[in-house]
Write a protein that binds this ligand. Structure first.
Ligand code: KIV
Ligand code: ZN
Length: 403
């Protein structure tokens, strides 16, 4: 049996691994707001949290399962260590979701086994099929992750994955937990798994990686070339330490360079069929929302969603862009939902237009905040003919977010 998807599955873990970013903590309502935005963005799977970790996480996963896990909505996923207690909590929290997934994990690298888990490889070979089978009693959709796969012995990894798939895992995720691998190594790891795990066609190969060396996105793109069909990522790349692979970078790389990636999905290079289900026009707005709610600022030079990503400072560049945008732009700002280089709002614009555009950009301001921001907008509009989305963002950041 083979169940390979015809598009790349986008598995968003902003609410689980993303929320593990130092300083980024979200309450249940904020998580629900983000989950709704992720569904609108078109992600296939939302990893909504780690239900056994806290009552708050259980409640958030449960509410998201109910409100966002509708028939036509995304799959809702809960993380669980490979223990009965964790898996049971995840199974219960996810119950209201129409499509639900349990994501269970156990480390396979010797360094994690020896120092963190104090378990042997034999222990792992016994626990994994047991816990995957237990997770299957709650849902058919079970994902297994050998944590720290990037530093695990590949031969041992093949054995563990084969057992997990035999026990019913429908997705096997290969985490580069500490962001240690390089693109060619990670691509080779995925190829090794495809070539050496006998039942691999019965599962989807997923990738998960951290950005300790800034390589997570590059690693994933190499993994796609070698057979990975699910990408685990977060909005703005937030996550543990240096963060996770950034959703917006992956999606736009696949979108802008689809002629290059099409053949790896068995299509002709010219195919115009999208490679993911993401509505790219929702990217900017979702990025703003996540930044506002987590309090994690986006660096100005961040690819795709940074304030400078589409601005041209030098005279030569500005001149080129005015003659033909393609001279210095490889994608339209409009493709990520930005309205740029046009007069979005001006000094004659009213409060309503101002409020509507801010809402479109993902800012949900109170009346008081809106009043403050509107006054500032009028001051800026008096001096500046063109008020772009970036100006609006700066106004909100200056007026509202500063203590
Ligand atoms: O980085 C990691 O290994 C994880 C796992 C739980 C998948 O986040
Ligand atoms: Zn992770």
């Amino acid at each position: 049996m083979t169940n390979q998807p015809d598009r790349i599955i986008i598995f968003d873990t902003t609410l689980r691994d993303g929320e593990q970013s130092p300083g980024a903590s979200l309450n249940v309502d904020e998580k629900l707001t983000i989950a709704r935005a992720l569904a609108k963005l078109g992600v296939d799977v939302i990893e909504a949290g780690f239900p056994h970790a806290s009552l708050g996480d259980f409640e958030a996963v449960n509410k998201i399962a109910q409100a966002v896990g509708t028939e036509n909505g995304p799959t809702i996923c809960g993380l669980a260590r490979a223990t009965q207690k964790d898996i049971k909590s995840a199974g219960e929290a996810l119950k209201p979701a129409h499509k639900r997934r349990i994501h269970t994990f156990l480390a396979t690298s010797d360094i994690h086994l020896q120092y963190k888990l104090k378990k042997t490889r034999e222990d792992v070979l016994a626990i994994v099929p047991d816990m995957v089978a237990y997770a299957k009693t709650f849902t058919d959709d079970v994902e297994f992750s050998p944590e720290d796969a990037g530093r695990s012995d590949p031969e041992f990894l093949y054995q563990v994955l084969e057992l997990a798939i035999n026990a019913g895992a429908t997705t096997v995720n290969i985490p580069d937990t500490v962001g240690y691998t390089t693109p060619s190594e990670y691509g080779a790891l995925i190829k090794g798994i495809k070539d050496n795990v006998p039942n691999i066609d019965q599962a989807i190969i997923s990738v998960h990686g951290h950005n300790d060396l800034g390589l997570a996105v590059a690693n994933f793109l190499e993994a796609v070339k070698n057979g990975a069909r699910q990408l685990e990522c977060t909005i703005n790349g937030i996550g543990e330490r240096a963060g996770n692979a950034a959703l917006e970078e992956l999606v736009m790389a696949l979108h802008v360079r689809r002629q290059f990636y099409n053949p790896f999905l068995g299509r002709s290079p010219e195919s115009v069929e999208p490679l993911t289900n993401i509505d790219t026009k929702q990217i900017y707005k979702t990025s703003r929302l996540v930044s506002n709610l987590t309090g994690m600022l986006v660096q100005p030079n961040k690819a795709i969603v940074g304030a400078n990503a589409f601005s041209h400072e030098s005279g030569i560049h500005q001149d080129g862009v005015l003659k033909n945008r393609l001279t210095y732009e490889i994608m339209d700002a409009e493709s990520i939902g930005l309205t740029t280089n046009q007069i979005v709002l001006g000094k004659l614009s009213g409060r309503n237009a101002f409020r509507t555009r801010l809402q479109e950009l993902g800012f949900d301001l109170s009346e008081n905040e809106l009043n403050k921001a509107f006054l500032r907008f009028k001051e800026v509009a008096d001096k500046k003919r063109e008020i772009t989305d970036w100006d609006l963002e700066a106004i909100v950041n200056d007026e509202i977010q500063q203590p």
